[in-house]
Design a protein around this ligand. Structure first.
Ligand SMILES: Cc1cc2nc3c(=O)[nH]c(=O)nc-3n(C[C@H](O)[C@H](O)[C@H](O)COP(=O)(O)OP(=O)(O)OC[C@H]3O[C@@H](n4cnc5c(N)ncnc54)[C@H](O)[C@@H]3O)c2cc1C
Ligand code: SF4
Length: 307
């Protein structure tokens, strides 16, 4: 496959290695990936689906999205195979692992498909939060001191893959916290991932991740400070920044950007009940602390390469 791309002079971004090319390119390959998932990964899928680890790019994820989106496998076929395998191995596999997996396909994937066909063509222009900033340049080379972003972007460039929580709570989270224009976020996701086909890429990026549709797909924005990232990953222990610090040069940038984002978007969230608790915590911050947050956030957003 890599030789063919080179021979045909196809221009690519990221890093491609023939030795490590592990994506299915035929129906036969795709069925092997599906069988491998059922036999080896389903048993722990639900327990670890939100975890992130520097040594494990795929963890217990299926890597089936590319085969599904290119129609080498049908969603029904994947669900049926997983169910059959579960019924034959009920003593080994808990129903929660199976339910957790099927929900992703029957729930999220079908939902995104419905949203796309219902909302297009206007959906591609949504930017309810009026975000206007540029995407940080390190999205294209992984060159940043923030270890969570470095690891997730490096994976993405090397494997054309990141799992859901990396896409949502690392790269998506940072793009939203830095108030990046959704067009630029869309372009990046569409260009980077092997499974990026517009109907499923755009609804996830603009809808689920960037809240650009104002809450049609997600009822609240998926944003977090560093503590969530620390809870779900091993990224923070080797980071230049300290996840527990809220102030000073070594403070985790996500801690600053999180409160700055809520402050900057107060008007948008004041009537969102799911944001009430965080907005009332924000309201308890005194003006001096808020000024410090705003000024550091401005420095991070204006000079992303320094962080
Ligand atoms: C910002 C962002 C952009 C995304 N862009 C894409 C994209 O371009 N193409 C794409 O297929 N998925 C996209 N997703 C959804 C999800 O991250 C990927 O489907 C998943 O990571 C693919 O890896 P996997 O096959 O190992 O998934 P697993 O974790 O093993 O999940 C099993 C299957 O469930 C389906 N699925 C899970 N979550 C979603 C979801 N939110 N929307 C649709 N299907 C889902 C996929 O078909 C996936 O193969 C995106 C998510 C986010 C937050
Ligand atoms: S300390 Fe902050 S920037 Fe560093 S890895 Fe943790 S969350 Fe990311």
């Amino acid at each position: 496959m890599v030789k063919l791309l080179e021979k045909e002079g196809v221009k690519t971004i990221g890093r491609i290695s023939a030795k490590n090319f592990n994506w299915p390119t035929s129906r036969e390959d795709s069925l092997k990936v599906l069988n491998y998932f059922c036999k080896n990964l389903l048993v722990h899928f639900g327990d670890f689906q939100d975890a992130m680890h520097t040594e494990e790019a795929y963890l217990f994820h299926s890597r089936l999205s590319f085969a599904l989106n290119t129609k080498m496998l049908s969603p029904k076929e994947v669900i049926d195979s997983v169910l059959d395998y579960y019924y034959d191995h009920k003593d080994e596999i808990d129903i929660s692992q199976t339910e957790g997996f099927i929900r992703q396909i029957l729930g999220w994937r079908e939902y995104m498909r419905g949203i796309y066909w219902k909302e297009m063509p206007g959906y591609r222009r949504t930017n309810k939060l009026r975000n206007q900033n540029d995407l940080a340049p390190f999205y294209w080379d992984a060159n940043t001191k923030m270890n969570c972003l470095h690891q997730s972007i490096k994976n993405s460039l090397e494997n054309a893959y990141a799992h859901h929580i990396q896409r949502l709570m690392i790269t998506g989270n940072y793009a939203l916290l830095t108030e990046t224009h959704p067009d630029q976020v869309d372009e990046w996701y569409l260009g980077i991932y092997i499974d990026a086909i517009e109907w499923v890429e755009m609804t996830n990026t603009r809808g689920m991740s960037q809240f650009a549709d104002g809450g049609l797909v997600a009822t609240k924005p998926y944003v977090s400070s560093g503590s969530y990232i620390n809870k779900m990953s091993n990224y923070c222990k080797d980071c230049h920044y300290s996840v527990s610090k809220k102030k000073g040069e070594k403070a985790c940038p996500f801690n600053t950007l999180y409160w700055n984002f809520l402050d900057s978007k107060r008007e948008h969230f004041k009537n969102n009940q799911r944001m009430n608790m965080m907005m009332s915590l924000l309201n308890k911050k005194d003006s001096e602390e808020l000024e410090e947050i705003r000024s550091r956030a401005k420095a991070i957003i204006s000079n992303p390469s320094d962080f």
